[in-house]
Design a binder for this molecule. Structure first.
Ligand code: MG
Length: 160
C-alpha cells in the first residue's frame, strides 16, 4: 500500500474517553494503571472499531495523539483498537515542548509535512476554543502532517 495519504485518527474523545485518577468500579470502564502514574478509567466509543475498520479498508490508518506512549499503547492493547505498535504515533514521536519566557511553553512539531495527502480525524476543530484558549493540538498535528483544513474531519466529541 502507498505510504502517503494515510488516515490519522486522534485517540482521546475521538476513539475513547479516559477519566484520570479513576476510582470507579462499575465495570463500564476498563481500568488502566500505568507504572508510577495515575489510574485511568477508559471506555471505547461504540462506533470506534467500525470507523477504524472502514478507514483501514481505504488507507493505512495510524493513531496520532498528543498522549504519551505508555498511555496510548496500553489503551490500544486493552481496548483492542488493533493498531500495530509502529502505527501508534504519540507526543514523543511528533512534537516537543519549547520552553518560552514567563513559563509559557509551546509545542512545536518535530518534523513538518510528513504526509501532505493525509486525512486527520479528530474531535477538536482547529479553530475551536477550549476554556477560552485556542485548541493547540489540531493545528500542530496539521503542521506535522502538512495538511490544510479540507483534509481535516471533525467528529463529535465523545465523553463516555
Ligand atoms: Mg481528542
Amino acid at each position: 500500500m502507498e505510504k502517503e495519504g494515510r488516515i490519522y485518527v486522534d485517540l482521546d474523545n475521538t476513539l475513547i474517553d479516559s477519566v484520570a485518577y479513576y476510582r470507579g468500579n462499575d465495570g463500564k470502564r476498563v481500568v488502566i494503571t500505568l507504572e508510577g502514574k495515575e489510574r485511568y478509567g477508559t471506555i471505547v466509543r461504540a462506533e470506534a472499531l467500525t470507523l477504524l475498520d472502514f478507514c483501514r479498508k481505504i488507507r493505512p490508518t495510524l493513531l496520532l495523539t498528543a498522549g504519551m506512549k505508555d498511555y496510548a499503547l496500553a489503551i490500544n492493547e486493552k481496548l483492542n483498537l488493533g493498531f500495530k505498535e509502529q502505527e501508534v504515533i504519540t507526543r514523543e514521536d511528533w512534537c516537543y515542548e519549547e520552553t518560552g519566557g514567563w513559563g509559557m511553553g509551546t509545542y512545536v512539531p518535530l518534523k513538518t509535512k510528513v504526509d501532505p495527502k493525509a486525512i486527520l480525524i479528530d474531535d477538536i476543530h482547529p479553530d475551536e476554543k477550549i476554556s477560552g484558549q485556542n485548541a493547540i493540538w489540531p493545528r500542530i498535528k496539521m503542521e506535522y502532517l502538512g495538511i490544510k483544513e479540507e483534509r481535516f474531519i471533525k467528529v463529535r466529541r465523545f465523553t463516555g
